[in-house]
Design a protein around this ligand. Structure first.
Ligand code: GLA
Length: 761
């Protein structure tokens, strides 16, 4: 399988300094990010937009005399004020009243920070971030990093800002590291990862928001004076808001116009916001949520802020998404499964819930094998006392012998004997009050002594910031993984944090507990990655409650949503695709009536929608008819034919499912030799017109063989819905397919078509 990204270019050309004005140009394929060190040592932002060659940008004033905008001490120049200065690392206390990037509380209780540049350096490649997920390079020639060190002289607080340009892309990774070089301890009170001041306010903000089973819906709103923000205070990145924010310039759309976006490589509490100030500038920021956050820095101590990925697109939201996707597919996801074809799985959750035994699971696996599955996953309920979701979490080594006589080994070997991988569900971050682990260690969960403990799904959250808790969980989990041939893990997380307090921290440092939890989760995931490199790990948090770039560093894909209805998935997958590649979205066919929304959709449509991610099944195959299983066998065969283009391709969203009767999208391989176009009719109407789909991203000079598969609703005397798949083929040039396009006109609700394009010759 082809690798996707790296475009090598002479390392130093990606970042250049215009020396006479100390101006740094971070050069993307079509964009520039420009910052300047003022003679005062302030680091200012000059431009993030269309690419321009290095030059002096000094013909307009960066500040002006304004009422109620104070002048920092010692500044002789009239009107110099931080209140209007476009900054890269703003802080509190010297007259910038907008939101800060960094905040500190000193030993004397003051919170003033005056950060000035003391060092700058351009380096080849990109450093790893200690203890945190981040994008990476495989060769230093793939990227260039600008390191700018700022210092608050009074406190001795040093902040090293890192900006990495991935050559040939329009993506920049930003992060920073703080070191206390002073003699007194201080507390970081705010540690956002990126802050950019843009000289206009007429942006539309785009966010990905929703709820459990309704994750990452696209929401747009115009900015207004003040702060427009999304955030998570739940301890994880959450179903409710994604750590993503985009600003769209007036007139920007799916394929045209300017979009600036930030995505945080972090899985805990976050804040993403745009603040329009009194003079019509916008400060765009993303980072750890400052709510209840604090981090002590003893003399010599350091703190690493998570990474933010910044993308600028001149080709609308589509261009933005393709830049994120290429970077994440190739330089965020790691390990042997990064480029490997995603297996077709059968998962027993919606087939059996907690009621299964070895015989049932082996029968399900066999039926899965017959329809073409590669992997059988045993979900929740195999351990401890776990007949429902009210007990047992934490008792990982107590395999339920009543359900699984002979244990996991017998089951896993039985699945292997069918020629399939065996996969297992874990929820390592949790403990049930009704469990042996809890009875042994009732103080290992987050709780405040003297207060009752808030439960969610009858469970409590382990304080994974504590080493002894992590050691025990890992010892138990790894012994289970060694006890049987387990080739896959579904890593789940089914409630949010409450009573975030840790006995391991003194009262003044309780603000560290939530971040330490996230670091603890990363530590466990890193052990999983290092000690079991051949185990494919799927992320999950009640579906897509932790679908963020931090998690993609540890596992190549994530269960997109507990809502597996094909029609609901259109909007969920559409929103998720704003930042995340199709290869990262697990998408399964489930039963009808659908368990979440009770809708009935044709089997073929469910397959076509699930082809948008990592394809699989989550239903009881044993109750399906022979005809249905034959159709499924054809689906897995077809999936294997189109899997490469879905996994490696560039995505073009053709029709937005929001407010439309249709949804359509296509993927094209980087070589433009193959494409898959998908169109789904949501609700039909009488006497409807045809939908014209102009394709994108094809090679205009090549001829494509187009194989069409359409679901048609058949007349049925009984009143039940029956569908048939119809196949046909024709040849057309890339130029004609992009200019004239395809026509979709299947009658009936929830019908779908795919066009699989391959080049001739
Ligand atoms: C979560 C997951 C589901 C399933 C259940 C098991 O809700 O999202 O897929 O694994 O937990 O309890």
């Amino acid at each position: 399988m082809a690798s996707f990204l790296p475009i090598m270019s002479p390392p130093m050309s990606a970042i250049t300094c215009h020396e006479p004005t100390s101006t740094y140009f971070l050069q993307g394929a079509g964009s520039s990010y420009v910052l300047r060190v003022l003679p005062t040592g302030h680091l200012v932002h000059l431009h993030w937009g269309a690419r321009l060659e290095p030059c002096a940008i000094d013909w307009f004033p960066l500040w002006g005399d304004r009422a109620f905008s104070p002048n920092p001490p010692g500044m002789r120049e009239v009107g110099f004020t931080l209140d209007t200065l476009p900054q890269e690392a703003p802080a509190y206390g010297n007259g910038d009243y907008r939101a800060a990037l960094v905040g500190a509380r000193h030993a004397d209780g003051s919170h003033v920070l005056d950060l000035r540049v003391v060092k700058r350096e351009i380096r080849a490649g990109k450093p790893a971030l200690e203890g945190l997920p981040a994008t990476y390079v495989e060769d230093p020639a793939e990227a260039t990093t600008l390191a700018i060190t700022l210092l608050d002289k009074v406190a001795g607080l040093e902040i090293e800002l890192l900006y990495t340009v991935f050559h040939g892309t329009d993506a920049i990774a930003r992060s920073w590291r703080a070191v206390n070089r002073g003699g007194a301890a201080l507390q970081l009170s705010r540690a956002l990862s990126a802050s950019v001041d843009l000289p206009r306010a007429d942006w539309t903000m785009l966010q990905l928001s929703g709820a459990w089973a309704r994750e990452r819906q696209v929401v747009e709103r115009p900015l207004a004076p003040g702060v427009s923000a999304v955030e998570s205070r739940r301890g994880t990145s959450s179903h409710q808001h994604n750590p993503f924010i985009a600003l769209c310039a007036p007139g920007a759309g799916e394929e045209h116009g300017e979009v600036l976006a930030m995505n945080l490589v972090y899985s805990g509490n976050f804040l993403a916001q745009a603040e329009v100030d009194q003079f019509g500038s916008t400060r765009l920021q993303i980072g750890i949520n400052p709510l209840e956050f604090a981090w002590e820095l003893a003399p010599g101590g350091s703190f690493q802020a998570p990474e933010a990925v910044l993308v600028r697109s001149g080709e609308g939201l589509g261009g933005m998404s393709r830049t994120f996707h290429r970077l994440y597919r190739s330089r965020l996801v790691r390990g042997p499964f990064r480029d490997a074809p995603r297996p077709v799985l059968i998962n027993n959750w919606e087939a059996t819930y907690f009621k299964f035994d070895t015989d049932k699971l082996l029968a399900l696996a066999k039926a899965g094998k017959e329809v073409g599955c590669d992997l059988c996953v045993l979900d929740d309920g195999w351990f401890g006392k776990r007949e429902d979701d009210r007990s047992g979490l934490g008792d990982w080594t107590r395999v339920n012998q009543a359900k699984l006589p002979g244990g996991l080994k017998r089951l896993a070997e039985g699945v292997n004997a069918l020629g399939m991988r065996f996969g297992l569900w874990f929820e390592p971050e949790m403990v049930s009050p009704d469990s042996d682990l809890y009875r042994e260690h009732p103080d290992w969960c987050f709780h405040v002594p003297g207060r009752p403990r808030t439960e969610g799904r009858s469970q409590l959250v382990l304080d994974l910031g504590r080493a002894e808790v992590r050691e025990r969980i890992w010892a138990d989990m790894s012994s289970v993984l060694r006890s049987a041939p387990i080739g896959f893990v579904k890593w789940d997380m089914n409630r949010h944090l409450t009573e975030v307090w840790s006995p391991a921290l003194p009262p003044a440092r309780q603000g560290e507990a939530a971040h330490r939890f996230t670091l603890g989760v990363y530590d466990l995931l890193e052990r999983m990655h290092r000690e079991f490199p051949d185990v494919l790990v799927e992320g999950c948090s009640g579906g897509g409650g932790r679908f963020d770039p931090g998690m993609l560093f540890y596992h190549p894909y994530i269960w997109t949503s507990d809502n597996s209805d094909a029609i609901e998935r259109l909007r969920i997958q559409h929103g998720t695709s704003m930042a995340y590649p199709l290869s990262s979205m697990d998408a399964n066919i489930s039963a009808v009536p659908n368990h979440q929304v009770h809708r009935r959709t044709p089997l073929a449509t469910r397959a076509i929608v699930a082809f948008t991610g990592a394809f699989g099944y989550q239903l009881d195959l044993l109750t399906m008819t022979g005809d249905e299983r034959a159709a499924m066998r054809r689906q897995t065969e077809r999936w294997r034919q189109v899997r490469r283009v879905v996994q490696e391709g560039d995505l073009h969203r053709l029709v937005d499912p929001r407010g439309n009767r249709w949804a359509a999208w296509m993927s094209v391989t980087p070589e433009r030799d193959e494409a898959l176009v998908t169109c789904v009719r949501i609700l039909t109407e009488a006497n409807a017109g045809r939908l014209a789909l102009r394709l994108r991203g094809l090679d205009p000079a090549r001829t494509y063989r187009v194989r069409v598969t359409t679901t048609k609703e058949l007349p049925s005397g009984s009143g039940a819905t029956r569908h048939q798949e119809v196949e046909s083929a024709f040849d057309a040039s890339g130029a004609a397919l992009m200019a004239v396009g395809l026509r979709a006109d299947s009658p009936g609700d929830f019908v779908a078509s795919t066009w699989h394009l391959t080049t001739l010759g």
